[in-house]
Design a protein around this ligand. Structure first.
Ligand code: SF4
Ligand code: SF4
Length: 265
């Protein structure tokens, strides 16, 4: 199967699928066109992710998810201007963001299904989307056995940040997805040398966080978001109030890295 043809399918689905709209709020588009990358299933970074100082032993490699895997197709879907703009106000999450987070997840699941169907029907390839696979799980330490951000980093889509988002050429406000396949596609280049290269540690995300979950440490360039504080805020203040939706994303909007790689501080 031609890689370019698969990318055309993905782009058409994003453009045309009614799942990428929220009619009740008059949102024409949840996501803009995606950035797509490929990681080699045998990339040495997947071994490094098993180190407890990175993610841990529970993080499964592509070949553990799918024996014979050759490639991982990964994508970043930037939220549309309508959704990002609505969430730039401080405080509680905008309705638009909450729909983008939850209905957006349904769109991602449909897109993964579309990619897997295309691979299976047009070729002899096999495909698995870990995020929707029954083996997908979260650990007590709030890490999962498949990190979309780490996969996107491996495929050259972007680097990590103080807020634990991944900053891409289209910013950090958006969602990720991936499909592992036995088809061999050429890996995309990582044009950075370090895991935090695109973050300038300006601290704007820390100032925006209503839960004070992000700590900017002057002069120390390291990820400073405490996942347990963020999760506790979502579980106690957001989910009960906005059920069945949830989300926050204040650290991804009205910040320098919202829709581009920020300049150096
Ligand atoms: S707001 Fe600043 S510190 Fe926070 S992730 Fe973006 S660039 Fe990094
Ligand atoms: S999602 Fe909200 S609570 Fe969690 S770190 Fe970002 S701004 Fe803070």
């Amino acid at each position: 199967m031609e890689y370019a043809s698969l990318i055309n399918n993905i782009n058409s689905f994003v453009e045309e699928s009614p799942l990428n709209r929220v009619e009740t709020l008059g949102i024409d588009k949840i996501f803009n066109q995606p950035l797509v990358g490929v990681a080699a299933a045998e990339d040495s970074l997947f071994k490094q992710f098993k180190d407890p100082s990175v993610i841990g032993e529970d993080h499964l490699s592509p070949t553990e998810w799918l024996p014979g895997a050759k490639s991982v197709l990964t994508y970043f879907l930037p939220f549309s201007e309508e959704i990002r703009h609505a969430n730039r106000k401080p405080g509680l999450p905008a309705q638009e963001w909450l729909y983008g987070r939850v209905e957006g997840q349904q769109f991602i699941e449909a897109l993964n299904g579309k990619i897997m169907d295309r691979i299976k029907t047009d070729s002899t390839g096999q495909a698995v989307a870990p995020a929707t696979d029954p083996r997908f799980e979260w650990s007590e330490d709030l890490s999962s056995n498949w990190s979309e951000r780490h996969v996107a980093y491996t495929a050259g889509l972007g680097t990590f940040s103080l807020s634990r988002s991944l900053i891409t050429a289209e910013g950090c406000a958006g969602r990720y997805g991936s499909v592992i396949t036995t088809l061999e596609f050429a890996p995309t280049k990582r044009s950075y040398t370090g895991p935090f290269e695109y973050c300038n540690f300006c601290g704007e995300c820390a100032d925006r966080c209503p839960a004070r979950a992000i700590k900017a440490v002057e002069g120390e360039k390291k990820a400073g978001m405490d996942r347990s504080i963020c999760k506790n805020y979502l579980d106690t203040k957001i989910r009960p109030r906005f059920k069945p939706r949830y989300g926050c994303g204040k650290c991804q909007t009205a910040v320098q890295c919202e829709q581009e790689i920020p300049g150096k501080a």
